[in-house]
Design a protein around this ligand. Structure first.
Ligand code: NAD
Length: 376
């Protein structure tokens, strides 16, 4: 029997993430049990120069500077929308109307209303849509998720989910679209880093019933890259103190998203403590899963994890995974679920989860504005 035809992918937005997708597809043969194969056939960016890097990718046949030209191509089955947040709605909705399935980059629209409109269009047209969030595919995150969903933690006492960068601590870093509300969205860092923090709690059904937010702007202006300065008007750090009602009991859940977190480069943290067990995983120590078990003496146990990914790979079982690996796993989950072949593996974030995260960020903005606790 001949292997199934590849899924033809068109990338819209040939920047950081567009290139990461091409790189993931380029070594697809590293996966041993993914039933579907992508082929990058088309790429689009409004800046023609951004397309040049893709000329070394042999499968790319179409280089476009208008996303509508890419969407008109019949040899594109799936669109990866990796554009700035203010372009999400237009690109995603038009991709759906052009008959394409969609992997949308987070945050899935610049705000809650945009996210709801993209979701509504996907439902109306019956398209397969998922949203990018790759950190849950790390072995440590998978183990933490399984422990939290199994009930073995006992009664939940507290939860912390965080994603921390320090890149914005440098005041000399030139402004870009992620630091401007008009392009990144009013929610700022929550739009930028929030789905990474919300994905696992939402998948576990831990939806806050109320929250209080502390949002911070650290630098109000930045170099504009042309010798002057430009206003930097986005929220750079956000700490949300939320309450989740689990089995009739209130559980505190802290969601932290920071672009000005000293000493942190790209630190993803998930921690859940219960009466029986606890689990903590941080990419600061990417191999190490910390677990706690209630006993007479209380201590953390540390387990070294290997390459225990949802999709098996040629990579040695004791080797460490990194960002390119989890991105590939996420794409494998997207393509497999689209084909109905996920077989119980962890699934990508759904439009409902993306809308639910925007509900949190909207509530956080209101909490900050009114200096109040907001009910959801
Ligand atoms: N999943 C992750 O870990 C992760 C990491 C970084 C960024 N992102 C997300 O990916 C998306 C893109 O971010 P990035 O870091 O790749 O940005 P980027 O600035 O590196 O690239 C965006 C590209 O989109 C192009 N573009 C803008 N408008 C366009 C349009 N209408 N049509 C075609 N191209 C257009 C720009 O010219 C640019 O080259 C954002 O939604 C961001 O939040 C996700």
């Amino acid at each position: 029997m001949s292997p199934p035809a590849p899924v033809r992918v068109g990338v819209i937005g040939a920047g950081l993430m567009g290139r990461e997708a091409a790189s993931a597809f380029g070594r697809w043969f590293a996966l041993l049990d993914c039933p579907v194969r992508p082929e990058l056939t088309a790429v689009c960016d409004v800046q023609a120069a951004a397309l040049d890097w893709f000329r070394q990718v042999p499968s790319v046949r179409h280089f476009e500077t208008d996303h509508r030209a890419l969407l008109a191509r019949p040899d594109v089955d799936v669109v990866y929308a990796a554009v700035p947040h203010d372009r999400h709605e237009e690109v995603c909705v038009e991709a759906l109307r052009a008959g394409k399935d969609l992997l949308a980059e987070k945050p899935f629209g610049i705000d809650l209303d945009a996210a709801r409109r993209i979701r509504a269009e996907a439902v109306r047209l019956g398209r397969f849509v998922r949203v990018s969030s790759e950190f849950p595919f790390l072995p440590g995150a998978q183990r933490a998720f399984r422990m939290a969903s199994s009930g073995e933690l006992g009664r939940l006492i507290e939860v912390r989910s965080a994603f921390l960068h320090s890149s914005d601590l440098d005041p000399a870093k030139p402004i870009n679209w992620k630091r401007q509300s008009a392009h990144c969205g009013e929610a700022g860092v929550m739009n930028d880093l929030g789905l990474h923090v919300a994905h696992i709690p939402l998948r576990l059904g831990w939806r806050p019933s109320r929250l209080y937010a502390t949002l911070q702007k650290v630098y109000r202006s930045r170099p504009d890259g042309r010798g002057g300065t430009a206003p930097c008007d986005t929220w750079e750090n956000a700490v949300l103190h939320a309450t989740v009602d689990i089995a009739g009991e209130p559980v505190p859940m802290t969601l932290e998203m920071k672009r000005a977190a000293p000493t942190e480069t790209n630190t993803w943290v998930f921690e859940a403590m219960g009466t029986e067990r606890g689990v903590r995983y941080s990419t600061k120590e990417p191999k190490t899963l910390c677990t706690y078990r209630r006993a007479k003496e209380q201590l953390w146990e540390r387990t070294d994890l290997g390459f225990d990914m949802p999709f098996r790979a040629i990579t040695g079982g004791i080797f460490e995974p990194g960002f390119p690996d989890i991105l590939m796993q996420m794409w494998a989950a997207f393509l497999s679920e689209r084909a109905g072949l996920l077989n119980g593996r962890f699934a990508c974030a759904t439009p409902d989860e993306a809308v639910a995260q925007h509900e949190l960020w909207s509530a956080a903005l209101r909490s900050q504005r009114e200096q109040s606790v907001v009910s959801l």
